[in-house]
Design a binder for this molecule. Structure first.
Ligand SMILES: Nc1ncnc2c1ncn2[C@@H]1O[C@H](COP(=O)(O)OP(=O)(O)OP(=O)(O)O)[C@@H](O)[C@H]1O
Ligand SMILES: [Zn+2]
Length: 641
């Protein structure tokens, strides 16, 4: 008989030895983490590191989810992936590779979006702890809300270049992801992009967010993140821009014809520039742009091989740029025509081509189109490589930063697993140092976590608006002066002010309307606002689940109380001005450096890296005698917190 201690399998031996050390270091926390059920959202830069750390630190039950497939550009830092994995789902490959670190760990992988309906509050509630390893605000906010609703602790993390941060989020105990205002990505004034570019980034944004969508995607209004606040002063200019946009859109009709390239070129680099030249006042103190002439440029580019586009580190000559412009325009036109034909056959929506930094056709087009505009406006051209960084809003990801952040996540997780939330920290990593602050308390004015959240089972076949209002009154003691809206689309489900309606018939009709008819479905989140007296209650958020099999004859709406107890819905705090700190939303959101220095709060907040090393003391049963988390390796022990 083989027991785990006498195994001859070298891998197994390694795991057993590792676990013995872990037990000595962590004591009962080790037992707890072996029983924990962990969700890891994202299998990218931080996610791969975290999964490896989770398995190697003894977590036995892990669910990992990622919607993406592996790309060549991931391989330099996502070390669970190899060349042969390209195009395979990240979550599935990560699972297969990480299992080898501990064959006894159970890893379940989902190649899916965490926002999918199936991952509802009930599903989240089954986890002991959740880790976010995401790259976008939207998904982070979603997981934040789901964890608050399910009352599951969340370890949030992010990196940008050398900067990184880790935040522990637990409902009612610490600040949530939305407690602090997030900086929005930098936007550009519409007139700078469309009329008066002066830097390479302006022509790159023009090519990526204006010309490309106008020709191949959804129109400007939807695609561009432009600041139109100057519009009031520039009504005439805006009108001209709109006219030009309409002309460009007409060009789409010419797609596929022999003179398509010439038409686009003339519109974008001749007529448009001539229009801008007519703003004489503007060019009085600046070098005026020069319209480009198709014949002149084309005649010098006949012998250039379109493969010049592969030279991504070089700044192309004007003729090379023209060649890539023409070639990529034709490639994109052909692609769109094929996609349209396929969509028509399969009765699908009209396809569009959107910019993707990893899509060579769109990147070639944006690089060339931007550089032609730069040529007209006396702006320095950029290489394809530089354009990729700028258009993709890329700050290079650094494997070491990801690795450090992932290990800090684990150290915070130990405290959470121990139930030691008071000692969790928000950590900030930068090139110079690492700083740590005790986790912030929840912001009482936070729009997200100040809400009371509740799962709500609804018989969607039967339940009406009136049923929902009645149960809110009956079970949660609302007066009825409430407004209910859907969170995502902000559609009104019920408004007590309409209840004052004199028309009895219309009132009755509204209350008898089925909830499904007013946009409520499985997974909908509803916000209940108390419009009552002077001291309204905080907002209530209901996460709707279809009652399905549990349908009971009489009950069509049923609240699921956490801990089985009816929650108290407190009154809103009296309004007073709040001070919002800047924030460190990292990763794809390209935020400012994560110094965290402004957040220091006294003695407790010592920098983690400066914590004095203490001697490892173990008791008879092998557990440490202190509260500190101690990491040991063959060299000895280090006290980390
Ligand atoms: N809604 C979501 N559901 C599931 N996974 C998501 C969701 N949003 C983002 N992700 C995943 O989170 C991971 C974030 O990892 P990372 O920041 O390293 O990005 P990446 O896409 O791998 O790299 P890069 O953007 O630099 O090419 C990605 O693998 C991405 O697919
Ligand atoms: Zn909050």
């Amino acid at each position: 008989m083989t027991d785990s201690h006498s195994t001859s399998n070298p891998k197994q031996k390694q795991v057993v030895a590792r676990e013995r050390f872990q037990h000595r270091a962590l004591g009962s926390t080790h037992d707890q983490l072996k029983k924990a059920r962990v969700l890891l959202v994202g299998a990218g830069g931080i996610g791969c590191e975290l999964l490896k750390n989770l398995v190697k630190s003894g977590f036995k039950e892990i669910v990992i989810i990622d919607l993406d497939t592996i790309d060549l550009s991931n391989l330099n830092r996502q070390f669970l992936f190899r060349h042969e994995h390209i195009k395979k789902p990240k979550a599935l490959v990560a699972k297969e590779v990480a299992r080898k670190f501990d064959p006894r760990a159970t890893i379940v992988a989902h190649h899916a979006n965490i926002k999918d309906e199936q991952f509802n509050v009930e599903w989240f509630a089954a986890f002991t702890i959740v880790f976010n390893a995401l790259d976008n605000l939207d998904a982070r906010r979603h997981v934040n809300r789901m964890c608050l609703a399910a009352d599951v602790p969340l370890i949030e993390s992010g990196t940008t270049g050398y900067n990184g941060n880790v935040q522990v989020i637990k409902r009612g105990k610490t600040a949530c992801y939305d407690c602090k205002e997030k900086q929005v990505p930098k936007s550009f004034a519409i007139c700078t992009i469309r009329s008066t570019p002066s830097q390479p980034i302006h022509t790159i944004v023009w090519a990526k967010s204006y010309l490309l969508p106008e020709l191949f995607g959804v129109s400007e209004a939807a695609a561009m993140n432009l600041d139109t606040s100057e519009s009031a002063n520039n009504a005439e200019e805006i009108e001209k821009l709109e006219k030009e946009t309409a002309q460009l859109r007409e060009l789409r009709e010419a797609m596929g014809s022999d003179d398509f390239v010439r038409k686009v070129f003339d519109q974008a680099y001749k007529k448009d520039v001539e229009r801008l030249l007519s703003m004489e006042d503007y060019w009085k103190n600046k070098k005026a742009p020069i319209p480009l002439d198709y014949e002149t440029i084309a005649s010098g580019s006949e012998n250039i091989d379109p493969l010049v586009a592969k030279l991504d580190q070089d700044v192309w000559t004007l003729q090379q740029t023209f060649t890539v412009f023409k070639d990529s325009l034709l490639r994109l036109s052909k692609r769109l025509a094929e996609e349209r034909a396929a969509a028509l056959r399969e009765n699908q929506l009209e396809p569009v081509i959107e910019f993707d930094k990893d899509d060579e056709d769109t990147l070639d087009f944006v690089t060339a189109a931007a550089n032609l505009r730069s040529a007209a406006f006396n702006i320095d051209p950029k290489s394809k490589f530089d354009t990729k960084q700028m258009a993709g809003n890329i700050i290079p990801a650094i494997a070491t930063t990801n690795a450090m952040v992932a290990s800090l996540c684990i150290l915070q997780a130990y405290k959470v697993i121990k139930g030691d939330l008071g000692r969790t920290k928000e950590l900030f990593l930068s090139k110079a140092n690492m700083t740590g602050d005790s986790s912030d308390l929840p912001n009482p004015n936070c729009m997200v976590c100040s809400r009371v959240m509740m799962r709500t089972k609804i018989d969607l076949e039967k339940a009406t608006v009136g049923d929902l209002v009645d149960i809110l009154k009956l079970e949660l003691d609302y007066t009825g002066d409430i407004t209910i809206t859907t969170e995502s689309s902000q559609m009104t489900v019920f408004d007590y002010l309409d209840d004052d309606d004199d028309d009895e018939d219309s009132l009755a009709k509204r209350r008898d309307t089925k909830l499904v008819e007013v946009g409520v479905g499985n997974g909908t989140s509803l916000i209940v606002l108390d419009g009552g007296d002077d001291e309204p209650r905080v907002d209530l958020q209901l996460f709707v689940e279809d009652m399905n099999a549990e349908r009971e004859q009489a009950l069509v709406v049923k609240f699921v109380f956490n801990d089985g107890e009816k929650p108290e819905i407190p009154r809103k705090p009296a309004k007073k001005p709040t001070e919002m700190n800047g924030t460190t939303t990292l990763d794809g959101e390209a935020q400012s450096a994560a110094t965290g220095s402004k957040r220091k709060r006294g003695q407790d907040d010592e920098v983690e890296e400066s914590a004095p090393a203490k001697k490892l003391q173990t008791s008879a049963n092998g557990a440490t005698q202190e509260d500190d988390i101690i990491v040991i390796d063959d060299e000895g022990a280090i006290v980390l917190d």
